[in-house]
Design a protein around this ligand. Structure first.
Ligand SMILES: [Zn+2]
Length: 395
């Protein structure tokens, strides 16, 4: 008998690797699994039994079945376990409990000041998360992972925020360690833009392996999915495009200490400031969006120029990572086509034809749900990985 399994905690070792083929939810037979893995039928049968015992895989009604025969097809059972997802924003937090396919089973949203510091905010998350699980009539032991998004840079390998400008008290705080004192499951932490990229992909572009999500709000940042994987870089900063210098930047000072940064020209507050200098009444990015919606010509032109500035930076990104989709989200995307038109104008003019031939530059489809759903995807990706399944089997 051929057995290519790597050492695993499972009696029928290798079930977690076999599971990777079944993660997509498509029904398969034991014979088709034997064919695609080259493993013996008896090995496949033992591994499938193990996954069924864990509840991760369940039989699928066989249309051609004529009574009496055991079902021959089976697939991922998304209801088997649950994850907790948290989108912790600067002033607002959203929690969701989802199944293993990312379907939201329960959700809660409320104002929350991240500047209270990690212990009050995470304590609330744990308490409210358990209440959601209880409300569903599920057991806390069905929870397999927690995904958390925060509005600042995160060292993903340790789950610690690093010098987050708007999160006092969170610098290098051990988020997973603290949460695990209350809920003993893997805790994954990432910055808000990365989880928004995951959420956008899950909602609107499940088949797309090369996607950039650009958030334009109080700040500007991006999340890059390349080859189907979120790219964080060495320290988790990959995609942080807000402080790249743009040609129009000249001597405009940025809060980072440099001059001419993209964020200092094209973020919501930056556009509002430029409009105030023209004598318009715009205190914030939301005021700019309102002016655009009312058809104010100066505001429309300012937003379109911000789009061009963003496009200038994205042209370089297109050359580096060759995405097939750039989705623009964040509060300034509510200004509609004007921002995106500016981005398109520059990217399509300045990029190589092959890079833009099949490149879609679109408004985010996931809108405000993107972040919490992305946090759920972060947790699910981990829980369903070979390591995640092995850990689950060992529990
Ligand atoms: Zn800057």
């Amino acid at each position: 008998m051929v057995d290519i399994s790597r050492g695993s905690a499972l009696g029928t070792s290798g079930a977690s690797e076999l599971f990777q083929l079944l993660r997509d939810g498509a029904p398969r037979t034991r014979a088709s699994l034997a064919q695609s893995t080259g493993l013996a039928r008896s090995t496949i049968a033992a591994r499938v039994d193990e996954l069924m015992r864990l509840g991760l895989v369940s039989p699928v009604a066989d249309a051609a079945s004529t009574g009496g025969r055991p079902p021959s097809q089976f697939a991922l059972n998304p209801a088997a376990r649950i994850v907790l997802a948290a989108d912790l924003g600067a002033s607002h937090a959203t929690l969701a409990v989802t199944d293993l396919a990312g379907t939201v089973l329960a959700e809660h949203s409320q104002p929350m000041d991240i500047a209270q510091g990690p212990e009050p905010v995470l304590g609330w998350m744990v308490e409210q998360g358990l209440a959601l699980i209880e409300g569903l009539g599920r057991d806390r032991h069905e929870l397999v992972a927690i995904g958390i998004g925060v509005p600042g840079p995160v060292e993903h390998s340790t789950g610690r925020p690093v010098n987050p400008p708007i999160m006092p008290g969170w610098d290098r705080f051990d988020v997973p360690g603290w949460v695990q004192q209350h809920l003993e499951v893997p805790v994954l932490v990432d910055n808000d833009v990365n989880i928004m990229a995951l959420g956008e992909q899950a909602i609107a572009w499940p088949q797309t392996e090369h996607l950039m999500f650009v958030k334009v709000a109080t700040g500007i940042g991006s999340g890059i999915i390349s080859g189907g994987l979120l790219q964080r870089g060495a320290q988790g900063i990959a995609g942080d495009i807000g402080h790249i210098r743009v040609a129009r930047g000249s001597e405009v000072p940025c809060h980072c200490g440099n001059r001419g940064c993209l964020e200092a020209l094209a973020s919501g507050p930056a556009i509002a400031r430029a409009l105030r200098e023209q004598g318009l009444d715009a205190a914030s990015g939301s005021d700019v969006v309102e002016l655009v919606k009312r058809g104010d010509i100066d505001a429309i032109q300012a937003v379109r120029q911000a789009g061009r500035d963003i496009g200038e930076v994205l042209t370089a990104c297109v050359s580096f990572v060759n995405p097939s989709v750039i989705a623009i989200g964040g509060s300034m995307a509510r200004a509609g086509e004007h921002l995106i038109a500016g981005v398109r104008e520059v990217v399509y003019t300045r990029s190589m034809p092959l890079a833009t031939e099949h490149l879609a530059i679109v408004q985010s489809a996931a809108a405000e749900n993107a972040a919490v759903l992305g946090a759920a995807m972060l947790a699910i990706h981990h829980a369903l990985s070979p390591e995640g399944i092995d850990a689950l089997a060992a529990r």
